[in-house]
Design a protein around this ligand. Structure first.
Ligand code: CA
Length: 226
């Protein structure tokens, strides 16, 4: 998986590059618009993350030029501004999605996945199948199995499990889970996380000797095989 990151802010370059590399992507960086267009012409990328504010020509123009060259790679545009006007003109110039800075890495990752999925079977990645012990989640077919047993999950349960499987062994707080699975608009006082954890546990753990989904009192939950 090759990703082109077009960004002149070193802190954001570091943050995004580090995160994406850890997820198994190869990241190429362009520091300005002309460099991005040159790289886009000579190489094939699966996703382009494009900052709107660049030192030479702006991200919108880069986007338009890439599209006029018939480079149809999905483009995720980044901007410090959150004005609706920027969003509309960004999308009109040919971007596929749009994200406002500052952003959480998880959100970036989620958007990249949506863009890849939209392209259908065109892109094969090796991060689609996640595995912990005998529990396997396939992000493409949405199939979940423990050993030979297929497990039926609702879309929300699936997202919840995926969220844990992306970060094996890591304790996730209720707030973090709520944000990741239900989004920012979710009521922080709701007990929906606990309800779903119970359901998920029933499906992935109850019938198996090795319990994977664990409660860490006072902190949250984690998924691990130890
Ligand atoms: Ca910038």
């Amino acid at each position: 998986m090759q990703i082109l990151l077009v960004e002149d802010d070193q802190r954001i370059v570091d943050f995004v590059q580090r995160g994406l590399k850890a997820e198994g992507f190869n990241v190429e960086v362009a520091r300005n618009g002309m460099e991005a267009i040159a790289l886009g012409k000579e190489r094939k990328f699966q996703i382009i993350i494009l900052d709107l504010g660049l030192p030479d020509i702006n991200g919108r123009e880069v986007c338009e030029r890439l599209r006029s060259l018939e480079i149809n790679t999905p483009i995720l545009m980044l901007t410090a501004r959150d004005a609706i006007h920027d969003k509309v003109t960004g999308l009109r110039s040919g971007a596929d999605d749009y994200m406002t800075k500052p952003f959480a890495f998880e959100e970036l990752l989620a958007r990249i996945e949506v863009l890849m999925r939209r392209r259908g079977g065109e892109i094969k990645t090796d991060i689609r199948e996640l595995k912990i012990a005998d529990l396997i989640l396939n992000g493409e077919t949405h199939e979940v199995r423990r050993g030979m047993t297929t497990i039926d999950l609702t879309p929300k349960e699936f997202n919840l499990l995926e969220c844990f499987m992306r970060m094996p062994g890591k304790v996730l707080s209720r707030t973090r889970i709520l944000e990741q699975v239900w989004g920012y608009s979710a009521d922080p006082l709701t007990n929906v996380v606990d309800v779903y954890i119970r359901q998920l546990r029933r499906k992935i753990d109850d019938d198996f000797e090795l319990k994977l989904l664990k409660t860490v009192r006072g902190f949250g939950y984690k998924l691990d095989a130890s």
